[in-house]
Design a protein around this ligand. Structure first.
Ligand code: CIR
Length: 255
């Protein structure tokens, strides 16, 4: 996709208390997480983006994962209501950041949506139905973006936190997906670049303006993206991964 701007937020002092599915054996090193985040910001700049850095929210350990708070397209920002109750208060400051240049729509109970479940490819939103995004949440995405010309395809997500943990958008008709994680039938009519299940973590990549920002250490995924003519930036993400985070989660990209 093409984008001009990225919204990011620094790592909270409380990052060690991030919500996780399976706690890592080793505690998060917050200083290292900050260094990894700084490299991420640098990579976004190298990809030609103007980066808007919001200050950390120390009361919200997961607040660096801004992607989960809003879906942005067609001049509209749908502010989510996270499936993780502890994350619901992160969204207000993202709404504020987007309000000047976007029409802002909200999500009400009982709907829950995490942005990590919502992948826009061209004008199609693939919405992962996960533990975080429920039927009413998917319906809300359809209600807001349908009249603007987008369509919604729901995709079951079982063994992972979010749809985008193992899938990401390469361009307006191509997705990158880890084998055996998301039903291929969901992507009928789209081109699919498959990576091996062992490289599932790398299937979450930020592909923007001809650059692919990918997790370090996944040679086959890197090669697959290189073959598509993308310039590659590899990033170490050990501390981000311990918080169940990956690359797309740490930014909201704007046209
Ligand atoms: C959470 O469980 O909500 C955070 N610890 C990780 C969120 C990662 N976000 C994303 O993949 N979009």
């Amino acid at each position: 996709m093409r984008a001009t701007k990225a919204i990011v937020r620094g790592i909270s002092a409380s990052f060690r208390d991030a919500v996780v599915m399976h706690p890592a054996a080793e505690a998060i090193d917050v200083a290292r997480a900050r260094a990894q985040h700084a490299q991420y910001v640098e990579a976004l700049r190298e990809a030609g983006l103007e980066v808007v850095e919001l200050p950390p929210l120390d009361a919200h350990p997961d607040a660096c994962f801004v992607e989960d708070c809003a879906l942005v397209a067609r001049g509209t920002a749908l502010i989510t209501r996270s499936g993780a109750p502890s994350r619901r208060n992160e969204a207000d400051s993202i709404a504020e950041a987007l309000a000047a240049k976007h029409r802002v729509a909200r999500t009400q109970a009982p709907a829950t949506i995490d942005g990590g479940d919502c992948m826009r490819v061209g004008t199609t939103w693939f919405v992962g139905r996960s533990a975080r995004t429920n039927a009413a949440g998917a319906a809300r995405v359809r209600e807001v973006f349908g009249p603007l010309g987008d369509s919604v395809i729901e995709v079951p997500v079982r063994d992972f936190l979010h749809l985008k943990c193992t899938a990401s958008c390469i361009d307006e008709r191509t997705v990158l997906v880890a084998e055996g994680t998301v039903d291929r039938a969901a992507f009928a009519g789209f081109d699919v670049v498959t990576v091996a299940r062992e490289e599932a973590y790398a299937a979450n990549a930020v592909v923007v303006n001809g650059t692919a920002i990918v997790a370090k250490g996944y040679a086959a995924t890197r090669a697959a993206l290189e073959r598509r003519g993308l310039r590659i930036i590899e990033l170490a993400l050990s501390e981000i991964a311990k918080a169940d985070g990956s690359l797309t989660c740490m930014s909201i990209l704007l046209p």
